[in-house]
Design a protein around this ligand. Structure first.
Ligand SMILES: C[S@@+](CC[C@H](N)C(=O)[O-])C[C@H]1O[C@@H](n2cnc3c(N)ncnc32)[C@H](O)[C@@H]1O
Length: 355
């Protein structure tokens, strides 16, 4: 249920000094209707982000930071078609506009889809010459055939000490036994879609960074049979909701500004032990954005909460959080990680209080 519209809170800012059209725009952005029974801070909710986001208090979230399903075949996204996936992300982004505070941020961590199945791609088998195990060449086969014109392929193979398939491939090329049967894949760039959905929602792309993680050799089936690179970076898209952004250079030390605050490329490893959740991001990722873009007690949202990493980062920095997660087992995992962070926080803050 919605209560009356609240007046914009611009107490620290003299609106009268602005041109009238900007005054109107700002008043519209800052004004919001208040929800009764809105989701409470410092809790993790079980459910679908698309439904639960609508129950968050308008203009209440300083930062929403999340990593959604990437459409790369993880267990929790196995049922999604590409259209479903696009609907999920565009709806979730659209639902954010009302709940982010004016001047607040939405950070999306995502990667391109490196194995995007496209039926239009011709099914041409690559000729991986470096994988050829037999030293027999096409010239060897042709020479043997001219010296033994009555030999069949099996006899030629025996003579050359190789298999009949090798003779066949040397004569006819790799593809003669048929092209590939499965649908081929290409790279799908995701950034343009995210940008479009953000703009449609009313946000503006404020910044973009790249997170360089470790090279995923073991995950790349193709690195030894093509010229493609292995997967080793992801994107961080920072959207801004119009409003008066407070810029406080004291949020980071000079060293932090130099090392990462002002840097577009971030280097830190991914989570190697994905024993209880298959796609956790490292604590350092939400930690940096929380430090950079929020103040103590601000509410940080993650609507694809997974194992609770964002909530833990928020607690460690004395921020509040709201989490949403579809899978119950992960809700429990996140709750248990939150409890651990609170317990550790107590241990950490007690000695400091005594100083
Ligand atoms: C990439 S993982 C996020 C992992 C998280 N950042 C962490 O560090 O643990 C995406 C999560 O979104 C959840 N999810 C998928 N669809 C969802 C939906 N419609 N609503 C809420 N959560 C969803 C998945 O269950 C999964 O835990």
């Amino acid at each position: 249920m919605e209560s009356p519209v609240t007046e914009p809170n611009l107490a620290h800012f003299n609106m009268d000094r602005l041109p009238p059209d900007l005054q109107r725009q700002l008043t519209n952005v800052y004004q919001s209707s208040q929800l009764d029974n809105a989701l409470e801070a410092n809790r993790i909710y079980h459910g679908d982000a698309r439904e639960l986001l609508a129950q968050i208090q308008p203009n209440s979230i300083a930062l929403s930071i999340w990593s959604p399903p990437y459409f790369v075949g993880k267990e929790y996204e196995a049922d999604l078609t590409f259209t479903d996936w696009q609907n999920l992300l565009s709806t979730v982004i659209a639902r954010h506009y009302a709940i982010i505070k004016p001047s607040g941020f939405l950070v999306v961590n995502i990667a391109d889809i490196l194995v995007f199945k496209d039926p239009a791609i011709p099914k041409i088998q690559a000729e991986v010459v470096s994988n050829k195990r037999s030293p027999v060449t096409r010239e060897d086969v042709l020479k043997a055939m001219s010296e033994h014109p009555h030999y069949n392929r099996y006899q030629i193979a025996k003579l050359l000490g190789c298999s009949e398939q090798t003779v066949d491939r040397r004569l006819n090329g790799n593809n003669i036994r048929g092209g590939k049967y499965e649908t081929q894949s290409r790279v799908k760039i995701v950034g343009g879609l995210i940008e479009e959905w953000g703009l449609n929602a009313g946000f503006y792309l404020y910044d973009r960074r790249v997170w360089v993680k470790d090279a995923a050799w073991e995950n790349s089936r193709w690195h030894s049979s093509s010229y493609k690179s292995v997967d080793e970076f992801e994107y961080l898209y920072v959207f801004w909701k119009p409003g008066i952004t407070k810029v406080d250079r004291n949020r980071l030390t000079k060293k932090e500004w130099r090392e990462w605050g002002s840097r577009a490329v971030w280097h830190f490893p991914s989570v190697r032990v994905n024993d209880n959740h298959e796609a956790k991001f490292p604590l350092e990722l939400p930690r940096r954005f929380i430090q950079l873009l929020t103040e103590p007690d601000d509410i940080v949202l993650d609507c694809f909460m997974g194992s609770g990493t964002t909530a833990v980062a928020a607690i460690q920095q004395q921020r509040q959080f709201i989490g949403i997660e579809l899978i119950e087992e992960y809700v429990e995992l996140a709750q248990s990680n939150v409890q651990k962070a609170i317990a550790q926080g107590c241990q950490l803050t007690l000695p400091l209080d005594e100083d």
